[in-house]
Design a protein around this ligand. Sequence first.
Ligand code: ADP
Length: 546
Amino acid sequence: EFKTDYHFSSTMEEVLHQTFGLQSFRPQQREIINATLNNHDCFVLMPTGGGKSLCYQLPAVLSEGVSIIISPLRALIGDQVDKMNELDIAAAHLCQDVGQDETAIIMNKLHCREPLIKLLYLTPEKIMASRTVSDVLKYLYQRGKLARFVIDEAHCLSQWGHDFRPDYKQLTFLKSEFKNVPIMCLTATATKEVENDVISILKLKNVKRFIMSFNRPNIKYQVRPKKGKLALEEIIGLIKNKFIKKSGIIYCLARNDCESIADALNAAGIPSRPYHAGLSDKIRNAIQREWMQDRFFVIVATIAFGMGIDKPDVRFVIHNSVPKSVEAFYQESGRAGRDGDVSYSYLFYNYSDVLRLQKLMKLERKSSAKVLEGHFNNLHQMVSFSENVVDCRRYLQLIHLGENFDRQVCIRNKATTCDNCENINAYKMIEVTKEAKELGCLVRDASIKGNVTMIFVADIYKGSKLKKILQLGYDRHKYYGAGSSLNKTDIHRILKDLVLKNILRDHVTQAGEFPVVYIEPGKKFGLLATPNLKITIAINKTSLKS
Ligand code: ADP
């Protein structure tokens, strides 16, 4: 529907190579650039790292006059301007902290017959509140030197967006005041609702919409159960088998974990370095630089590592423990495969990490109860993702980001089919409401006598002859052995499902390893209180007895 043989095309390629030093366009960039050069209003939804900046930077170079970039993030504006100037592209910003002298210089450049600035970055506050700014915009407009407005993080315009900024809403005046100046909206997070809201607030006309899927088709997602604190054997095995001399990132929960894993990898002949907030800036910069230059391949990091990392050939990302949210998982695993080649994401999951993470979240200073609850909710969703053995991993992530996804796409793409789609026939949903009730009663009765761990409750239900069980007389409980036909992991899965549904509670003990389960004091066991609630879980078919 849209022409790509725009007459700028060959010039576009030239500028791409010569000014930006890049080889080829990423998906949609060429079409988006064409559209804005054709003076269309555009709405661009592209995942982080997709290459949104080029979509306005390159047209700014080619267009006559000045492109105005409106961005809410002061810190990023500074970086962008530096980057442009390094490429010899005339860019400037007018943020709050620019002094009088510098402002005067910029104004002079803008008032030249041919403005000496191609990209002018502004914050929304500045464009609304500064007389100087509005005067210079009018001046440029009257002389036909306003190339376009670019609104970065455009979801901030909508109150449906997660980051609504009242200042942004006033940008509605752009279309009335500067008729025919094209507007380009960019965002990495928007639902259909937000998209329509943004378009209507800005009064965009005949908008070209560029909606890119957040699916990363070249990443293969796998979640694996983990036994101890560190998945050392598995990680070493994986790297030795598949990733010799390949770049990778291993994410850990704590500094100590980073150090231990890096030591073990080095001992196994895999050169690697730890990276965390406990190291000085100087050391961290050196580690990052050496990794970027392939002087060693595996970086073992806490989440302090990653923001702004753009190494194209990262072949694997391993999470040694559960990340704090589905978004975090998507972003962190998404650092693999930027070059488009097949890459791997492994998440080593166990439930004690969840409890460790909760403990860390509680210790974080300055967290109000509400913030903490938000953190717990996010973690909760990540736990559901990790415990899920039936739904497509892509579907689960994308639906979370507001995008629907057909799992057939995952199944068809054989090289990167996710683990759950590979095992699509291995599991069956069965109802376990009766078992859940029995387990709940066991927890209630057992916790009267002291702390009980999930493992211990599962043992009683399974009918184990453990000394402790017999000594405490649990073999006389009416549900002792009631779950003897179930497999132990399935019993654990029922217990965890009850925790996920807030019917049971859990916490880590001082010793730290196994979660203790209990019913909140004073509360009735939820399942008994709500008789209509049904509990179903996915059970491995091979563990089902006929
Ligand atoms: P976004 O704003 O969408 O998160 P950026 O614009 O910051 O993404 O781009 C992410 C990275 O991809 C940057 O390092 C950028 O230089 C790089 N990039 C963008 N377009 C291309 C391209 N066509 N070829 C190679 N690298 C690109």
